[in-house]
Ligand binder design. Structure first.
Ligand SMILES: [Zn+2]
Length: 323
């Protein structure tokens, strides 16, 4: 069966058929099935992905995993019910010892990977060695924090995160991720709870029906190939996969790369190091240069600036004044 030849989706799909021609936008699209409790999110990233890797040279296999992690983070953030920050982190003793991607509720993303040697495989269990994935949720002011540890149960991020959803939210979830050097896309399907305790016959029937519906949409989604995931517009992709279902598609929201680093934040780091430590860096290097891990932006403080930010308030004038 080929759905690609069918006419483009109409307005009942909630999106204009001409929206998002191939590779033109970074956006996240949420959808719900109307007649059974399954929701989904689709994300497509080009410019934001290229911005994320603009300052770093990565071996192709690591770049691929970082791309998938970025799309996965956008999808995870989309499921948050609060205005917070989500961090997807992987750590291990393999060739890639650290990968961090952070996303905010406004869908700004940043990320970085660290490696010690060229990996021979993108299988997470080889790439990370003995390691794990963690998903950390913090509210916007960082006053409360939840962390879920995800064992490396499979070769890919998608498999590990399916396990995460099963453990942390008890939501059966399926995830498809696909990346190229210039773009990345992901699709997440989640089955929402039905009924109460499934005690009556009606409840049991409802549950059995929901089981069937879930299995059917997963089977349909599984027919997606990497090219479709990466190249079709949200409307065309959802039509291609679920054209026999009743689907409610919400307006897409933009996703972008944004680093939260600033000179003020770096000044805070210097302050926390204290004047003695800062002076020893100055003695060694003549200035203090701090480079952001996420965007490679460099912040440099000469001796006067560096000592001014970490000096007690009363002596700032004396230190920062003209020489
Ligand atoms: Zn930065």
């Amino acid at each position: 069966m080929s759905d690609q030849d069918r006419s483009p989706p109409g307005s009942d799909w909630g999106l204009e058929s001409e929206s998002t021609p191939q590779g033109s936008a970074d956006q996240l699209t949420r959808f719900m099935f109307d007649t059974f409790p399954v929701r989904g999110h689709y994300v497509h990233l080009d410019a934001s992905w290229r911005a994320l890797i603009a300052h770093q040279e990565y071996p192709p296999l690591i770049r691929e995993v970082l791309a998938e992690a970025m799309a996965a983070t956008a999808l995870l953030v989309a499921t948050l019910k609060f205005d917070g920050v989500l961090t997807l982190q992987m750590q291990g003793d393999g060739p890639m010892h650290l990968l961090v991607v952070q996303g905010t509720a406004k869908q700004s993303l940043r990320g970085v990977a660290r490696y010690t040697r060229e990996p021979g495989s993108s299988d997470l269990r080889e790439l990370l060695g003995h390691g794990q994935m963690t998903v950390t949720l913090e509210n916007a002011d960082r006053s409360s924090r939840y962390q879920g540890v995800v064992p490396l149960v499979g070769a890919r991020i998608a498999e590990c995160l399916e396990e995460y959803f099963r453990r942390s939210e008890q939501l059966p979830s399926r995830l498809w991720l696909s990346a190229t050097p210039t773009s990345v896309a992901g699709l997440l399907l989640q089955r929402l709870p039905v009924g109460s305790s499934a005690s009556s016959d009606d409840d049991l029937n409802e549950l059995a029906e929901a089981d069937d519906d879930w299995k059917r949409v997963v089977m349909l989604a599984q027919t997606v190939n990497a090219q479709e995931l990466l190249e079709l517009s949200p409307a065309h992709l959802l039509h291609r996969l679920f054209n026999e279902e009743v689907l409610r598609v919400y307006e897409s929201v933009p996703v972008f790369f944004q680093c939260v680093c600033s000179r003020d934040r770096v000044a805070n780091i210097l302050r926390s190091l204290g004047p003695v430590e800062v002076q020893s860096i100055l003695d060694e290097q003549g200035q203090v240069e701090v480079r952001c891990e996420f965007c490679s932006r460099a912040f440099s403080f000469d001796a006067v600036d560096a000592l001014a930010v970490c000096a007690p308030a009363s002596s700032v004038l004396g230190t920062a004044g003209p020489q």
